[in-house]
Write a protein that binds this ligand. Structure first.
Ligand code: ZN
Length: 368
């Protein structure tokens, strides 16, 4: 597990700097030229960092039924088929309703560990070599599951992720923005008191009506504690939420951020400051942020020079893991090998991993 607090306190090295060659990799920082990147076969998986992933969103229907049986929980679905049929969403809220309902099966540390291991095994097959995993402690506390149970369960699987799956990992405590800041502060205090191995905090759940400013004290406190900062912004919410997440919360990274494209001045700023945007194309289609994948702004974001990466968000619910996102993007947009490698390099540079780990991954990417 890679959650060194000393490393976590350092600013992102790429932010605000011109592209520079990464020592020993032959790869340029975040704006490589075409000749600097390896040419790969279309079907070949690139080593990537997954930066936007909610561990609760990796609960596959099969595992939901398995855990329900283990814990003696009666699910309100007749079987797998009925549950699968519910994965058609009209918007973010309709997804969140099912997402929270299914969490009822997570009761013990072992449940959290099994869910996490299942994700890591699937992520390894998708080419993920570093994962920054968000967990929603408040969603479990509200069900009577303790902080220790959910944190220790996930951490027990992350502790051996490198040996078991070849994936370095770190944990991000995400806070539900539709709850109060007081609730978030209380949970952050609890995490710090138990010395939970978290590297960063994030902000997720229902965005519209819950602007970043609501959590100013939470982010200030996390920053003082040496934690890295990220927040969902500009998924369903307006571009101003992205600006406020940067200016009021001081985040280093924006999760989603696709609506920045409505504000040319903001795009200019994000490009100039190399702010990472952790984009989740299949999620955006499923939650109707865009009508179809063909309407997704990712190619335009790349063309604008934005620091975008491809992530799976809640892969069990949104039709795919990182490799599925890449293969569908390639099918729809005919993404070039250069663009795929650029997206992979962006994900590595934008991670909160140590400089040593980033250099290792870039070496792996460069080796093609
Ligand atoms: Zn998300």
């Amino acid at each position: 597990m890679d959650n060194n607090r000393d490393t976590a306190a350092d600013p992102l090295p790429q932010t605000g700097l011109p592209a520079t060659e990464v020592p020993g990799t032959g790869l340029l920082g975040t704006e490589p030229s075409e000749t600097d990147l390896p040419v790969t076969e279309a079907a070949q998986l690139l080593p990537v960092a997954e930066l936007h992933l909610h561990i609760e969103g990796t609960l596959q229907p099969e595992l939901i039924f398995e855990l329900a049986e283990r814990n003696g929980i009666t699910l309100p679905y007749s079987g797998l088929e009925e549950l699968r049929g519910l994965y058609e969403f009209s918007d973010l809220q309709s997804f969140l309703n099912l997402y929270y309902a299914n969490m009822a099966v997570l009761q013990t540390e072992q449940d959290f560990a099994d869910m996490t291991s299942a994700y890591l095994a699937r992520a390894a097959a998708a080419g993920v070599r570093h994962a920054e995993i968000m967990m929603d402690p408040q969603a479990h506390l509200s069900r009577g599951v303790s902080l220790e149970t959910c944190v220790n369960g996930v951490v027990s699987a992350l502790a051996t992720s490198q040996e078991d799956f070849g994936i370095s990992t770190l944990l991000i405590a995400a806070f539900l923005r539709d709850l109060s800041e007081e609730s978030a502060l209380e949970v952050l205090d609890g995490l710090l008191a138990m010395n939970a191995p978290i590297a960063a905090i994030g902000l997720d759940s229902a965005e519209v009506g819950n602007p970043p400013a609501k959590f100013e004290r939470l982010f200030a406190k996390a920053r003082e504690a040496g934690l890295r900062l990220t927040a969902h912004a500009g998924e369903e919410g307006p571009p101003s939420y992205i600006i406020d997440a940067l200016d009021i919360l001081g985040v280093e990274r924006i999760d989603h951020g696709i609506r920045c494209m409505e504000d040319p001045e903001l795009v200019e700023r994000l490009v100039a400051d190399r702010i990472p945007l952790t984009v989740c194309p299949l999620s955006n289609v499923r939650l109707r942020a865009v009508d179809t994948l063909a309407d997704h702004p990712l190619p335009a974001m790349l063309a604008a020079g934005l620091n975008v990466s491809v992530n799976s968000d809640d892969p069990a619910y949104f039709g795919g893991y990182v490799d599925d996102n890449f293969s569908q993007l390639k099918a729809v947009f005919d993404l070039s090998d250069f663009d795929r490698a650029r997206l992979a390099a962006n994900s590595i540079h934008s991670s909160f991993a140590s400089e040593e780990r980033k250099a290792e991954l870039l070496d792996e990417l460069n080796a093609g």
